[in-house]
Design a binder for this molecule. Structure first.
Ligand code: FAD
Length: 371
């Protein structure tokens, strides 16, 4: 059973089907369509994207259960979907993540999930129609992509970003400078060292109690995982992510694997992987291969993975590729502008493509890493 039909869950289900002919595989997802989550800022900006039905994206041998998982008991091997309780022999947990919005910011919208991005789309279009001021809170990758996309798609919208550090703290100096150039071109005002404490109807309030005008706020300060795993009896980390070994197998329950944003996975040197498709996809390959190997008496191999770059869209016509070392630390080298936008688009299309065709490639080490 695979919980979650996002990037990593869908890849895991299809790859297991490919590896284990005749296996009984069930993919559980809350809605019948696959959501290209990395494009949700485009949805919020009002762009119409093609729909992808999960039924068209699963391999023969993968059954679909459409419904929301409301409870999961790892000791009893039971998953509750609506009124139905389902059992499993082996489970892949891939329920992803969502926005973390504090109570004091409840009036804000987010681009982290399909429904919230759709709500954001409507409210931002209304605000743009009256030349209103939109605040984007958070200068991480999602906040940067959202701000640029919204400014480009709605030239009438006034937009300001508020961020605790500066936009793209994780980027090299050249990367940050490119983001600033694009923001200037798009007319995005940036307020740095601005810690937002409260979102009101017409303003955001900073820690020093200064109010900054905003008719609507996009909250984008990071992702958190559903509490389901922490309540299931599985060993989780302080953020509720499932603790796994190098083959993505739960440390507490050997019949459970976790991939994607819900897994606390690490590189072989112990460095934790960030929540991203860039990590969820190789992890899904690795977990599927480990499951297939163990069920057929083979040897499960640990994840072999290194970071190469961070790809940031800055609207449809600009982008930034920040090259990084194996542990995700930025190099001086960047690729910027239209060519970077094309590169990023190719990566996004590639991520969609591999959900269906995972190919022969494997993200595992030949020899297990001990310790
Ligand atoms: C706007 C935006 C831009 C991004 N850009 C990038 C990028 O450029 N590069 C990058 O690497 N990453 C990017 N990310 C992050 C990336 O989207 C996630 O890391 C990735 O989607 C995680 O994959 P996943 O399979 O773990 O989870 P998801 O893709 O979130 O899939 C989880 C699935 O589980 C389903 N689900 C959740 N709860 C339940 C439940 N209780 N019952 C049933 N089904 C459930 C969901 O509906 C979903 O289908 C971006 C994210 C956002 C929001």
């Amino acid at each position: 059973m695979v919980l979650g039909g996002g990037y990593s869950g869908l890849i895991a289900a299809n790859r297991i089907a490919r590896r284990l002919n005749g296996a009984d595989i069930m993919l559980v997802n809350e809605r019948p369509r696959f959501v290209e989550r990395v494009r949700l800022h485009q949805v919020a900006a009002g762009q119409r994207l093609p729909e992808h039905l999960l039924a068209d994206r699963v391999r023969p041998g993968v059954g679909l259960t459409i419904g929301r998982v409301t409870a999961f008991d790892a000791d009893r091997r039971e998953v509750r979907v609506g009124d139905t309780v389902l059992g499993y022999d082996t489970l892949v947990y891939a329920l992803g993540s969502g926005a973390v919005v504090p109570e004091s910011a409840a009036g804000a919208v987010t681009v982290a999930g399909a429904e919230s991005a759709e709500e954001a789309r409507k409210r931002i279009a209304d605000l743009a129609a009256e030349n209103g001021m939109l605040a984007v809170v958070g200068g991480g990758l999602t906040g940067i992509e959202a701000a640029a996309e919204l400014a480009e798609s709605h030239p009438g919208l006034r937009l300001r970003m508020l961020t605790a550090g500066e936009p793209g703290d994780f980027l090299s100096a050249r990367g940050k400078a490119h983001v600033r150039r694009v923001f200037d071109r798009l007319g995005i005002e940036v307020l740095t060292d601005a810690e937002v404490e409260e979102v009101r109807e017409d303003a955001v309030v900073l820690r020093d109690r200064r109010a900054v005008g905003a008719g609507l706020t996009v909250w984008s300060t990071g992702f958190g995982v559903p509490a389901l795993a922490a309540r299931s009896g599985l060993a989780v980390d302080a953020h509720g992510r499932i603790r796994v070994d190098p083959t993505l197998r739960s440390l507490s329950h050997p019949d459970v694997y976790a991939v994607g944003d819900s897994a606390a996975a690490a590189r072989s040197n112990g460095r934790e992987l960030r929540m991203a498709c860039a990590t969820g996809i190789p992890a899904a390959y690795c977990a599927a291969d480990a499951i297939a190997a163990r069920l057929t008496g083979g040897e499960a191999r640990p994840l072999r993975f290194r970071y190469v770059n961070q790809c940031v869209s800055l609207g449809r016509r600009d982008g930034l590729i920040q090259y990084v070392d194996a542990d995700d630390n930025p190099h001086r080298t960047i690729l910027a502008g239209r060519i970077a936008a094309r590169y990023k688009e190719a990566i996004v299309r590639g991520a969609l493509f591999v959900t269906v065709r995972s190919g022969p490639y494997s993200f595992t080490r030949r020899r297990p890493v001990l310790g």
